[in-house]
Design a protein around this ligand. Structure first.
Ligand code: ATP
Ligand code: MG
Ligand code: MG
Length: 377
């Protein structure tokens, strides 16, 4: 099987690594340079997109901010999964909110802002505090503004109106601020025949808007059921094929969707070591119409992102149950360069190994890890 992945980052790389044993070979289309590259070496394969589409058995995507013309071109081939509608819903917060509403899946109350009248209406309808998010192209918390107090309203409108004026395609989605206890995500997979499997909920911790640590330990059955129900409603509504990821706010035991990602997800990287079949293989199985694998947690696991660094002390490799995954990318401040997966036979041992890891990592590069230790009980 030849699978063409739109996007040539670490997610395409890890799909390629997971696909190899199944004889699934991946080529990656770098949207930024309009070139087809090898997902591991980034070597330019010297083929145009049209030829790559023709040569592929299956087409999928590793990110959602893809030019509409390319989505259309892929959709026309009849080989594109999860397909244009799902990718667009992940890349445009207006469509995402419509989808959530139409599937009856709860999320923060919102108002679309295109004008000053809309902006004022959002404030009067939803109240403060508010989070304003760009409809298009937002990731890692970029393109977001907070409004906490009424006296900052005029200054914020100056910023938002300038942002809207610069791009007629953009809107702002104003959202009620949710005073959540924690953030969790669900990675699940659906096959064309309607089969669905979901991994256990993952607890996620962000630093400066970027995911820092994901923790997968056996959790609350009631929350898991809520999440699974919401996943099923969304995946069925989209007639989804592939891995779909959902970020939630946990508000007093009630889940509200923050956003969805129509792809494999950073908070699912722990599945490489914490589950029998990882999210990357699961996605390939679904889009290639193969039977899905087990999503059960086989041992308590966590993942730590390596941001903006191309080296970690090699001594961490002595920790049992630790796996280091580099993405082969050149170093840039804050860039996702790799991740560490850590697993253990039980929670107490995971906690001990995590403490060992933290003691070996430079604190300046991995801030706030210490406070995560107590999340494991
Ligand atoms: P990602 O890299 O996950 O795609 P993003 O740029 O799409 O990020 P969001 O996930 O929408 O951004 O928001 C980033 C973070 O901001 C969330 O993980 C959460 O911590 C906080 N946040 C977003 N929306 C709200 C809200 N309505 N209420 C409270 N906090 C919020
Ligand atoms: Mg996002
Ligand atoms: Mg997010």
């Amino acid at each position: 099987m030849n699978v063409l992945v739109l996007g040539a980052g670490q997610l395409a790389r890890m799909m390629s690594l997971a696909g190899a044993p199944l004889n699934i070979s991946i080529s990656a289309y770098d949207v930024n340079t309009d070139s087809l590259v090898h997902p591991l070496t980034q070597q330019n394969l010297g083929t145009g997109l049209a030829n790559a589409i023709a040569a592929a058995d299956i087409i999928t995507a590793e990110f959602e901010h893809i030019p509409l013309a390319i989505l259309e071109q892929c959709q026309k081939s009849g080989k594109f999964f999860p397909g244009e509608t799902a990718i667009k819903a992940g890349g445009d917060r207006r469509l995402e909110k419509q989808l959530l509403d139409s599937a009856n899946v709860g999320s923060a109350a919102y108002h679309i802002v295109n004008s000053e009248a809309d902006f004022n209406q959002a404030i009067s309808k939803l109240g403060l505090p508010l989070v304003f998010k760009s409809a298009l192209a937002g990731y890692d918390g970029k393109g977001q503004w907070r409004l906490k107090q009424a006296e900052d309203t005029a200054a914020l409108w100056q910023k938002i109106s300038a942002f809207l004026a610069a791009d007629p395609q953009q809107s702002i989605v104003a959202e009620q601020f949710i005073p959540f206890q924690r953030e969790v995500s669900l990675i699940g997979v659906r096959r064309a025949n309607g089969d669905i499997k979901v991994y256990p909920l993952t607890e996620n911790h962000h630093v400066n808007g970027v995911l820092s640590v994901s923790l997968a330990v056996a959790g609350n059955e009631q929350l898991q059921q809520q999440a699974c129900q919401m996943f099923t409603a969304l995946a069925n509504k989209l007639d989804y094929v592939g891995v779909l990821s959902i970020e939630f706010f946990d508000l007093n035991g009630k889940l509200l969707v923050n956003e969805i990602a129509p792809r494999v997800h950073n908070s699912g990287h722990w599945t490489q070591q914490g589950a029998d079949i990882c999210q990357f293989e699961q996605h390939l199985r679904a889009v290639c119409n193969l039977p899905l694998g087990s999503t059960a947690l086989i041992r308590p696991s966590l993942m730590v992102n390596i941001l903006g660094e191309d080296a970690v002390p090699e001594s961490i490799l002595t920790i049992p149950g630790l796996h280091l995954h580099w993405y082969g990318k050149s170093k840039r401040p804050g860039r996702k360069m790799g991740h560490i997966n850590l697993s253990a036979p039980n929670n107490a041992e995971l906690k001990a190994r995590f403490t060992q890891l933290i003691n070996l990592l430079p604190e300046a590069i991995f801030p706030e890890l210490q406070q995560m230790v107590n999340r494991i009980s």
